[in-house]
Each structure stands twice: as C-alpha cells, then as structure tokens.
Design a protein around this ligand. Structure first.
Ligand SMILES: Cc1cc2nc3c(=O)[nH]c(=O)nc-3n(C[C@H](O)[C@H](O)[C@H](O)COP(=O)(O)OP(=O)(O)OC[C@H]3O[C@@H](n4cnc5c(N)ncnc54)[C@H](O)[C@@H]3O)c2cc1C
Length: 419
C-alpha cells in the first residue's frame, strides 16, 4: 500500500488563490481531498500575476544582510533607489522592522539562506509536477537569470551574495561584459559584471499560469468560491469558514492568503510577523529583438522580463502595508533606467500594477500547523521568491495536512519562531 492510499480524504478549505494557495489545492486534490479555494479578488490580477516571473532557484540570499541598515538612508534619499516607505505606516511596521534588523546578523543570514535553499532544492520538481498536470509547458521557458552590475563598486557589494550562493550550492557563473552581451545582445554595452544562473526559468505570463492552474483544479472537481473570508468558527476538525456572504464547513483549513495571512491567523491565536513588501510593475512594448530571458539590473533592483504580452519592468520595495493606494511616481521615473539598459525599448507605459510580496523579516516563509490546532496549516511568506516557492510550499502544505514527512527539516519554517 502506498502512502497516498492511507490518506483519509477530508473536506479542505484553502484561503487564497495565489500561486501558493492554488498549488496547495492541486496537491491536496492529488491526495484525494475534497478541496474548496476561497479568493476575495481576481487571481489573475493579484501578487502572483504581476511579478517578474522568475523561477529563481538561485534566490537563497535574504534581503536582510549585514550593513543593510547603514545603506537605508541613501536608498531612501535616492529618487531612483530601490526602497521607499509610507511613513504613516511606520508604527504598524515596527515589529517587522525590528525583526528585519535582528536578521541582518551574519549567523542569522547564513541560517536564513540555508533555510531558503532547502526549499529551493525542491522548487523545480514541484513546478514540474504541476506544469505537467496542467499542461502549461508553453508558459515557462528555461531561459536562465542574468544579474548584471554597472560598476565595480556595486559588484563588490555582491561579495556576500556570492559567498552565500556558493555555501548553498546554487548553480551560477561569474561573467564579464562580453559574456553578458553574448547572452543578451539586446542589452546596451554598459554592464561590467554579471552572475548567470542557467537553471532558472522565466514564466511568460505569471497571471495566466495561476489562472490555468485554477482551471485544472476546477476541471478536476475543485471549487473556487469568489468570496472574502471574514473569520472562522467551530472547533477541531469541525471548522466553519465565514465569508461575507455565507458559512461553509470543513475538516481542515490551509491559510495561503499571502500578506493578508497574519490577520486570518490571529483567529487561531497565532500572532505572526508578516507584512507586505509592496512592489510595482510597468508593461512596456516588446522591443525587437527583445531579451532572451529575465535580467536583473542590480544597481537599481529592477528586473526586466520579456513576457508573452510585452516587456515587464518591476520595482524594488515600498513598505506600507496592504491598504495604501498605489503611487507609480518612482517606477515611472525608473523607466529611464530601462531605456538606458536595453536597446530599442520604447518607454511607452502600456499598464501599471501594484502587488504585495508576503514577507517575513528573515525572508524565510511560514510552513506549519497553527500552534495547538493541527487541523490548520499556514503556508505564507514567500516574499521575493514567492512565485518560485509557491508550488513547493503548496506541496508541503498538502504534506502537513496528510501528516506526511515533507522531506525537509521543518524547524526553520515554524510559526512560533522568534525574529
Ligand atoms: C514586483 C514584484 C516582483 C516579483 N517578482 C518575483 C519573481 O520574479 N520571482 C518570484 O519567485 N517571486 C516574485 N515576486 C514575489 C511573488 O510574486 C509573491 O511572493 C507570490 O506571488 C506570493 O504568492 P502567494 O500565493 O503566497 O500570495 P498572493 O499571490 O498574494 O495570494 C494570496 C491571495 O489570498 C487572497 N486573500 C487574502 N485574504 C483573503 C481573504 N480574507 N479571503 C479570501 N482571499 C483572501 C488574496 O486576494 C490573494 O489573491 C515578486 C513580487 C512583486 C510584488
């Protein structure tokens, strides 16, 4: 008898139809559960749709690293810098910021990189299962990821990143200006240094990928309820999901609500430190010829990705929670950097978008049962690599529901860990 045969089919609710929730739903379905996904908005427009589309198997380096705090004032003052803050949100952000600072200690940075790498080691296989099950091979191409640096100074700042990539056994090459142009002839010859991760992939339309995962889920008998989950009632294995419109009974609940998850987890007595690292994109017309794959302009934390429907540039981080309206001033200003980096690009904005990276202070996600409630599972906090980790985190959420060993030491992902 296989492990799958022993799994008791349950009625399972998944809150959130981003890449994490919809992946969890597909893996839960494979275990024979009766799964319902709740989604408050349109999954084709949320955070999992508007990202840079990089399946970043190399992405183990956390944002919080030694010296980051000293660089913050310069980043904030630079109108082209990678960081901005909505100052009115600062009081709410304090626990997250304190955790972020504490996690910049080198011992923690090494532990956080290794915890991310342990998940990244399983990210491709989880994607492969879902891409094959959903027939979405057309949306993903193995194009590598090129991170490029204009100056010796910015490349020198990547020394720790390189050390961590090596320590975590990431696959990459250090390349120079000529190699960069060989890989990406559409770039202007202004870059001196690069890191090339040849096993990374580019998603040609992240929103469509999530939508098509969802279509397979419903075609296989799953249900997507387009309602906001307002709360929960009931007790162990007899849970009630309360939406703005109705009540639904379940035996198990998976919370995969992205940066909204902390609010929901409070209902189960779990106080988690998780906030939104807001990020923007602008779609530009596709230049001809275009880039072969995603490129990260590391001097400005801008990613430029050739998508099915144009060239997407994405921004760094705006700290300001989930509620504040979008402010496209900075990313619009930064379009000129893309113009100075890619040949033949027309700086005509086709559309602009704001999303919410669900981020822990350490960059390491939560994958755990709610304390004292083994029928509730949390899968959230993918942060800057949440699109990459969505399928593996969804697979692990299904393992936790099944009581199956996820094959990864789960200690770093615990809900009750201290930041
Ligand atoms: C500009 C930018 C670029 C990025 N680039 C990359 C990249 O190249 N590679 C990468 O790996 N990652 C990238 N990311 C990060 C990645 O997009 C996110 O980490 C990931 O999409 C998060 O997925 P999720 O499913 O966990 O959360 P989400 O996509 O936010 O999904 C959560 C869903 O839960 C729903 N929800 C919340 N509360 C409720 C409720 N009460 N009731 C019902 N539904 C609810 C929300 O509406 C939402 O749809 C980027 C992010 C941004 C912003």
């Amino acid at each position: 008898m296989t492990v799958e045969d022993q799994i008791q089919p349950r009625k399972v609710a998944v809150i959130g139809a981003g890449i994490t929730g919809i992946s969890a739903a597909l893996f839960l379905q494979r275990d024979g559960h009766d799964v319902t996904v709740f989604e408050q908005s349109d999954p084709a427009t949320g955070t999992s749709s508007g990202n840079a589309g990089v399946i970043s198997l190399g992405g183990c380096v956390p944002v919080s690293v030694p010296g980051i705090l000293g660089r913050v004032p310069k980043m904030l003052l630079d109108p082209y810098g990678p960081l901005s803050i909505r100052w009115g949100y600062l009081p709410k952000l304090t626990p997250w910021l304190l955790g972020f600072v504490r996690n910049s200690r080198i011992d923690r940075v090494r532990a956080n990189a290794s915890a991310k790498a342990a998940l990244l080691d399983h990210a491709q296989s989880a994607y492969d299962i879902l891409i094959s099950a959903t027939g979405t091979e057309d949306l993903v191409r193995r194009s590598g990821l090129l991170k490029i640096y204009e100056s010796d100074e910015t490349f020198a700042q990547a020394a720790l990143d390189i050390e961590l990539y090596r320590a975590c056994n990431r696959r990459f090459d250090i390349i120079n200006g000529n190699d960069i142009l060989d890989l990406e002839p559409a770039l202007k010859p202004v870059f001196k240094h690069g890191l090339y991760f040849d096993d990374n992939s580019g998603i040609r339309h992240p929103g469509q990928l999530v939508v098509r995962f969802g279509e397979t889920f419903t075609a296989q008998g799953g249900t997507i309820v387009r309602e906001r989950v307002a709360g929960f009632s009931g007790s162990h294995s007899k849970r009630v999901v309360e939406t703005d419109n109705d009540h639904y009974a379940f035996e198990r609940i998976v919370v995969a609500a992205g940066s909204w998850s902390s609010k929901l987890m409070k209902r189960f007595g779990a106080r988690i430190v998780l906030d939104a690292e807001r990020g923007y994109h602008i779609m530009l017309p596709q230049p001809e010829p275009t880039l072969n794959g995603p490129v990260a302009l590391m001097d400005h934390s801008i990613f430029v990705s050739p998508m099915e429907h144009g060239l997407r540039m994405t921004s760094g981080v705006e700290l300001g929670g989930n509620e504040a309206p979008a402010d496209y001033t900075r990313i619009r200003r930064m379009m000129s950097i893309v113009g100075a980096s890619v040949e033949g690009v027309q700086l005509e904005e086709q559309s602009a978008w704001l999303g919410f990276r669900p981020s822990t202070p350490s960059g390491v996600p939560f994958l755990d049962h709610a304390p004292g409630n083994d029928d509730i599972v949390l899968a959230a906090g993918g942060g800057h690599i949440g699109m990459t980790l969505g399928p593996v985190n969804g697979r692990i959420a299904a393992d936790l529901v099944a009581g199956r060993d996820p094959g990864v030491d789960m200690t770093p992902y615990r809900i009750d860990r201290k930041f």
